[in-house]
Design a protein around this ligand. Structure first.
Ligand code: HEM
Length: 366
C-alpha cells in the first residue's frame, strides 16, 4: 500500500508541468533531514506498539476546563502567545489549522505530526511526502508550548497545545470565541507509513476518493464541504495547482472549467515552469487570507475560481453543489458549522486518561 502511494505521488509529480526536465519537486517535499535523527531500533515489542497506535483510540473524555487545577491559565497563555506570534506571522493561523487536520487524520489528534523522530527508528509522519515542506506551524507550537512549560511544567499536552492554538486562532480569524475541550494525550510514536496509507488527501484526487476518506474518518459529505472552507485562509503554492493553468490533463491547455480571467490572474503569479522566471510562490486561496469568511465559496459561485482540483470538484457534483451554494449565501451559517465541525475534527480518535503521555517538548517523546 505504501509503495502504491509512493508510485501515485511520483506519477503526479512528473505530470504536473509542461517540460518534464523542469518538473519541480512537488511541495509536499522530501525533507531528508529527519532521517539522520532516528535511532535505528525496531523490534517485535515496538511493532506491537505500532499496531496498537494504529488500531486503538477513543473519542470521548475531552472536556472544557480540563486544566482547571493543573494549569488554570492554559488557554490565556496560549491566547497571549498566539496574539504575539500573529503580529509578525500572518500565516500562523492557517498553518496551525492545516497542521491539526494533518495530525488528526493520521491515527488521531495526538500530536504525532510534531515528532521529529520515533523510538522505533521508522520515518515520522512529518517526513512523509504527504506532509513535507509545505506543512508549517511546528515551530509555532514549540513557542507556545515553551510558554506553557514556563508556567505549568509537564501539565499541558502537545495535542492540547495544538487544539487550544487552533481554537484561539479561529477566534482571531473572526469566529466567535469558544472554550476549548482539553484532555488529549500525546502519542509516543509517529509513522510516515500510516500517513501514506490513504489517510491524507492529495490535491489531484477525484471526489470519490475524498468522500471515501472523509466518510471513513466519520464525516458526512456536508461536513467535508464545510471543512474544506478552511481554504478561506492561507495559501497554496503554484506547483500544487500548476497543471490547471498550463497543462491540464496533459492537454497543454488550462483547465476548461477555469474562466480565462482566473487563468490569467493565476498565470501572472505563477510563471510557466518551463521558463527561467519560474518561482514557486504561495498564492492566497482568496482575497482575505487571514479571515475565516465565506469568500472561498463565493468565489466558486460567482467566478468559478478555485486553486485546487479537489476544491473544484465541489462545484461539479449534486451532493456538494447545494452545500457550496448554501455556504456562499450565508457566512454566519458557515462560520457556525465550521466551528462545530472543527470540534469534531479536533476530537478525532484522541488518546485520553493514561494512554500515551504529556510530552515536555513536542518534537520528542519524554
Ligand atoms: C481533499 C481535502 C484537502 C486537500 C486535497 C487539501 C490540500 C491542500 C493543499 C495542497 C494546500 C496547499 C499547501 C501549500 O501549497 O502550501 C492546502 C492548504 C491548506 N489547507 Fe487543505 N486540503 C484539504 C482539506 C483541508 C481541510 C479539511 C483543512 C482544515 C480543516 C485544510 C486546511 C488547509 C489550510 C488552512 C491551508 C493553508 C495552509 C497555509 O497557508 O499554511 N485543508 N490544502
Amino acid at each position: 500500500m505504501k509503495m502504491a502511494s509512493i508510485i501515485l505521488v511520483t506519477l503526479f509529480l512528473f505530470n504536473l508541468v509542461f517540460v518534464p526536465s523542469m518538473a519541480l519537486p512537488f511541495g509536499f517535499g522530501f525533507p531528508g533531514d529527519y532521517d539522520q535523527q532516528q535511532p535505528p531500533q525496531d523490534n517485535e515489542q515496538n511493532q506491537d506498539k505500532n499496531q496498537k497506535l494504529v488500531n486503538d483510540g477513543n473519542n470521548g473524555n475531552l472536556r472544557v476546563g480540563f486544566y482547571k487545577d493543573s494549569c488554570p491559565n492554559a488557554e490565556n497563555i496560549v491566547a497571549g502567545a498566539l496574539a504575539e506570534i500573529s503580529k509578525t506571522n500572518p500565516n500562523a493561523i492557517a498553518n496551525l489549522i492545516r497542521l491539526q487536520f494533518h495530525d488528526c487524520f493520521v491515527v488521531g489528534c495526538d500530536a504525532s505530526i510534531l515528532l521529529d523522530y520515533s523510538p522505533t527508528g521508522d520515518k515520522v509522519e512529518k517526513s512523509s511526502m504527504f506532509n513535507g515542506q509545505l506543512l508549517k506551524g511546528a515551530d509555532i507550537i514549540d513557542d507556545i508550548k515553551s510558554k506553557l512549560e514556563e508556567q505549568c511544567p509537564g501539565a499541558v499536552s502537545c495535542s492540547d497545545t495544538l487544539a487550544f492554538s487552533v481554537n484561539e486562532g479561529m477566534a482571531i480569524a473572526g469566529l466567535p470565541r469558544r472554550a476549548a475541550l482539553g484532555g488529549r494525550r500525546d502519542s509516543i510514536y509517529s509513522l510516515a507509513s500510516v500517513a501514506e496509507d490513504n489517510n491524507l488527501p492529495m490535491p489531484n484526487w477525484p471526489l470519490e476518493k475524498m468522500v471515501e476518506l472523509f466518510t471513513r474518518k466519520g464525516f458526512t459529505i456536508e461536513e467535508m464541504v464545510i471543512l474544506l472552507g478552511a481554504h478561506s485562509v492561507g495559501s497554496a503554492h503554484c506547483d500544487v495547482f500548476m497543471e490547471r493553468i498550463y497543462n491540464f490533463a496533459n492537454t497543454r491547455k488550462p483547465d476548461a472549467t477555469l474562466p480565462t480571467p482566473v487563468v490569467n490572474e493565476l498565470q501572472q503569479i505563477c510563471q510557466n515552469p518551463g521558463t527561467p522566471q519560474f518561482r514557486n510562490p504561495p498564492v492566497n486561496f482568496d482575497e482575505t487570507p487571514t479571515v475565516l469568511d465565506n469568500l472561498f465559496y463565493k468565489n466558486m459561485i460567482t467566478r468559478n475560481k478555485t486553486l485546487l482540483i479537489t476544491d473544484a470538484h465541489l462545484l461539479n457534483d449534486p451532493r456538494t453543489i447545494p452545500v457550496v451554494q448554501q455556504m456562499a449565501g450565508d457566512e454566519g451559517l458557515w462560520q457556525k458549522r465550521f466551528a462545530e465541525v472543527m470540534v469534531k475534527l479536533s476530537s478525532l480518535n484522541v488518546s485520553t486518561g493514561t494512554d500515551g503521555e504529556v510530552r515536555k517538548t513536542c518534537r520528542s517523546t519524554n
